[in-house]
Design a binder for this molecule. Structure first.
Ligand SMILES: [Zn+2]
Length: 282
């Protein structure tokens, strides 16, 4: 299928459940259905029930088995449009926007968006981070619950790690401290060529782990190759999304929003595959 570039096109391509099931089956089992229970092929399709029957273990299953779409009362047409919307808007879509576009209840829209963000996190967390790396920290304002009369904000420290020209990951920290950063960095970085950071004192210990260069933001934002502009740009785009799109994101769900943003950012040069990657992670 050619790349879908507009909402109208997405609604047309995924206008019936039959089209969606066929698309999902094609992506999931390009060489024919495989039983999810015993992993055998040569399955018998029962078109009347839109299900396969496994002759080896007597299991009956549909194409959505084991995915976020399984046991959902919503038609696949709405799910697919929701996935498309969350993939192709640079800042994502809020549950409120999904509610209006899809014509579903707010709680349903929120739950759909959350499940899709989990699929995006599964994808981005499997991509390798190596080569030339930028590491930077920022403070995000999350919604800490309603105080009387006003919204109470909670400042959360976020660590951003990006491979130049490649993958981005962001992590909500309990504390901006060496122990936590050390754990995240060791877990996520492999075969590092060079690390660039700013003068943040909590990141100084990285010098003991990797070849590291720092940029002093008091003097300049770029010093030759030394800068953390990719991290800064990602943070700033995310903050604009928080303010303009989501308005209130609770501290509890901040990581999920960061993961979805990191997913879109990491695949920014291959937009045509975003939709299929989410389906694959669903
Ligand atoms: Zn089977």
């Amino acid at each position: 299928m050619k790349e879908i570039k507009s909402l109208a096109q997405a609604q047309k391509e995924f206008s019936t459940n039959h089209k969606c099931r066929e698309y999902l089956a094609q992506k999931r089992w390009p060489n024919g259905a495989i039983c999810p229970r015993c992993c055998q092929d040569h399955q018998h399709y029962m078109p009347r029930y839109h299900k396969w029957y496994c002759k080896h273990c007597d299991y009956q299953y549909s194409v959505t088995v084991g995915t976020i779409f399984h046991n959902s009362k919503l038609p696949l047409t709405k799910w697919f449009v929701a996935v498309w919307l969350l993939c192709y808007s640079p800042k994502g879509h809020s549950a409120k926007q999904l509610e209006h576009i899809l014509g579903v209840a707010y709680e349903t829209a929120w739950s759909m968006a959350h499940r899709i963000r989990v699929a995006m996190a599964n994808d981005v967390n499997q991509l390798p981070l190596s080569g030339v790396i930028e590491i930077d920290a920022a403070v995000m304002k999350a919604d800490g619950g309603k105080a009387t009369g006003n919204v109470k904000y909670e400042a959360k420290d976020v660590l951003g790690i990006t491979q130049r020209g490649g993958v981005l990951r962001m992590f909500v920290l309990d504390h901006l401290c060496k122990a936590e950063i050390d754990y995240i960095v060791r877990k996520n970085l492999h075969e590092v060529e060079k690390v660039y950071t700013d003068m943040c004192g909590k990141l100084h210990f990285l010098k003991n782990l990797y070849p590291t260069e720092t940029v002093n933001h008091w003097l300049s934002y770029v010093d030759g190759e030394a800068h953390v502009n990719n991290c800064e740009n990602a943070f700033s785009l995310f903050k604009r999304g928080l303010m303009g799109h989501f308005h209130h994101v609770s501290a509890k769900w901040l990581q999920s929003y960061l993961d979805a943003f990191a997913f879109r950012y990491s695949h920014r040069y291959e937009k045509g595959v975003l939709f299929d990657r989410v389906l694959a992670s669903c």
